[in-house]
Every structure is written in C-alpha cells, then in structure tokens.
Design a binder for this molecule. Sequence first.
Ligand SMILES: [Zn+2]
Length: 207
Amino acid sequence: MKLLIIGPQGSGKGTQAEILSEKLRIPHISTGDIFRSLQGPLKKKVDEIINKGNLVPDELTLEILKNRLEKEDCKKGFILDGFPRNLNQARLLKKITKIDKVIEITLDDKTAIKRITGRRLCKKCKINYNIFTEPKPKNPEICDECGGKLVRRKDDTENAVKKRLEIYKKETLPVLKEYDNILTINGNQSIKEMTEEIINNLELKTD
Ligand SMILES: [Zn+2]
C-alpha cells in the first residue's frame, strides 16, 4: 500500500509514519532522511544547496525520491512523509507513482503551538522531552536521565511555529485538492488512538 502522510508541525505525523511503517512492514520514506543518507556527487550537490540555506529544487528532490522508491523494499508499498510540500511537488509526484491513500492529520493552531513550544532537548545527552505532553520531564528544566539542562531549540518559539503553520496552510494544504482518496484523522488524540483509527480505516478499504 502506497501511503502519503500530511499534517502540520506538532500533529505527530512523523511518529505515526514510524508506527505505521512497522505495523504494515513498509518503509517510512522521509525526504529529510533521504537527503541525509545521500552519498557521492549527489550528496555534494544537495549539501551545497542546503548549506547555502536554500531549498532543494523540486525537480532534484523528485529525482532523488524516484531512485528511493525504485528500491526493492518499496515493492509492497511505502509511507511517504514530507513530500509533496506544495502543489508543484504533488503534480511531479503523480508522474512517478500513484498514491493509494492520503492520511491527513488535522490539528488546531493552538494545540500545535503548545506542543512545539513545549519541546525540550537535554543539552548533555540529547534526549527529547515535552513539558506539556509526553515524555514529560519531572522538572521542566532538568533532564530526568542525566541531570543536564533542558533547552528549547531556537526555531521552536511561538512566532517561528506560527510562521511554519502559515506556510503549511498556504503551500501544503492545497496539495490535498490533488487527491480524492483522503483519510482525515483528528490529531488531537493520543498517539495510540490515532494509530488505531488509521489502521481500522485502512483495513476497511483493503477488505
Ligand atoms: Zn540528559
């Protein structure tokens, strides 16, 4: 089954993609991970673009993605995460593969902002926490594991999150118009509830 997962930051789409990947035994394909795992001349090319602070052009991303989707482990399907981010990418994607189901995770801005601004990272051992959700540290400023100081990433401020949510609405949400096979899931549930809802609905379709 070829799945595409779409949702705003804070919706937990990456977590769901990981869980679904394990449950359905299909690879979780994230363009971020693909970029990081590149080798050779292509790696050099992409690194140069990213290091200059530019976005990798859609056509190049598509070419890299196409190579990945042609690998043996994608024969039974995959779950695509982080692509397409805009209409142009969605139209390009159609040229290389057909998506069976789009999983859209919805989340109100207020909850998304709370979840993102609540993220903390231990400076010392790099464990992730969230002072509002799970995994919650016993003390909001100190790591449970090593006693290190918990810090917030620079781009996890309320203004930065609001900006990213705006871009998501303006550029990514219109992607859904390109699909008529969308499963909409409320992101304001627990991770487990969301997974159950997704699995139940996917099974209905395959029965
Ligand atoms: Zn720590």
